[in-house]
Ligand binder design. Structure first.
Ligand code: FO1
Length: 321
């Protein structure tokens, strides 16, 4: 299959997903291939102060539109916080969570359309009309799924509170996704996977970003059935998480923070899992035999997403795999 005709689907969430998606877009443009379809995690979406927030959808949309805050890693570049100050003066929202003024414009538009009866898929398509994103974004599901963190001390927190307020410092014993059992894939997700030549699993948090996508009934099955090659990119480099606090999440579900352990967690397609191949960082080349032994083809490549060119090179390596 010539690269120029490759139909690509990406499973993505959050900051790792945004950087990787930018790389995929650049790599596909370079060879004149069609735009990728990106299935985005919506498991940490939430209602706050009457508006619907979609952190991962917005991170990826803003990044593709080139309007994201690359320093903070979330929200809009150059945003201000006047509305948030007033909201908090009323005791609204969360004191440890900032809703930027421009970002709030997104949430208000989205909430209005949802209230008018649009589905999240339709809302996202409408948002994508504003900027030439160069990729088709689909939410993993149109129904509301949450992420809760069950703590060692018996407590239960919303994921955003645990992540943003406590910086993942409270020891989790499990993650739950209320609503996931009833969720079905958003329209177009299963067809995109079925019609793809390559499915790429972004180097996003395996537990709270990719985990919910795979938890939507029908998506894992579509990955197992597709004729596409499914290639994952390790979010672990040199035995450490590249960004975020994915190690805490992995420990909670009993997975070691290593490139091979995450590959085994996803599993080989030949063994009921989802992967055909796994991109390992050069720093983790030693782990290649372990990955191969699990029935997954190991491909060693530089994996630091330092800029779009580096991310595009990673995406190209994944496409070649
Ligand atoms: N992350 C923070 O660390 N602090 C914030 O105040 C914050 C606000 C925020 C508002 C809207 C939004 O879509 C995302 C926001 N994030 C914030 C990022 C987000 O909480 C997490 O980084 C992701 O959910 C993890 O994937």
């Amino acid at each position: 299959m010539p690269l120029a005709q490759t139909r690509v689907v990406v499973l993505a969430g959050g900051v790792g997903g945004s950087k990787f998606t930018l790389g995929v877009r650049a790599a596909l443009r370079k060879v004149g291939a069609p735009e990728a379809t990106v299935v985005v995690n919506t498991g940490d979406d939430l209602w706050l102060a009457g508006v619907r927030l979609q952190p991962d959808v917005d991170s990826i949309t803003y990044a593709l539109a080139g309007v994201n805050d690359t320093v903070r890693g979330w929200g809009r570049a150059g945003d201000t916080e006047r509305v948030n100050e007033e909201l908090q003066a009323w005791g609204g929202g969360w004191p440890w969570f900032t809703l930027g003024d421009l970002d709030l414009g997104t949430h208000l538009a989205r909430t209005g359309w949802l209230r008018d009866g649009a589905t999240p898929t339709q809302v996202l398509a409408r948002m994508a009309e504003r900027w030439p994103l160069g990729a088709r974004l689909l939410p993993m599901t149109d129904s509301e799924v949450d992420t809760h963190v069950l703590l060692e001390d018996g407590g239960r927190l919303h994921f955003q509170e645990w992540w943003t307020r406590h910086r993942a410092a409270l020891v989790p014993r499990a993650f739950e996704n209320p609503g996931i059992a009833e969720a079905v894939p958003a329209p177009g997700v299963v067809d995109a996977i079925a019609g793809a030549d390559v499915v790429l699993v972004a180097p996003s948090n395996p537990v709270v970003s990719i985990g919910p996508i795979l938890g939507v009934r029908g998506i894992r099955e579509a990955l197992q059935r597709t004729e596409a090659t499914v290639v994952g990119v390790s979010p672990i480099i040199g035995g450490r998480v590249v960004r975020g606090m994915a190690d805490v999440c992995l420990t909670a579900i009993g997975v070691e923070t290593s490139a091979a352990a995450v590959a085994r967690h996803y599993g080989a397609r030949s063994d009921g899992g989802i992967l055909d191949a796994w991109l390992l960082a050069e720093e983790d080349a030693d782990a290649a035999p372990e990955v191969t032994a699990a029935g997954i083809r190991a491909v060693v490549a530089p994996l630091w997403m330092t800029d779009v060119d580096a991310s595009a090179a990673i995406a190209a390596a994944a496409l070649r795999a």
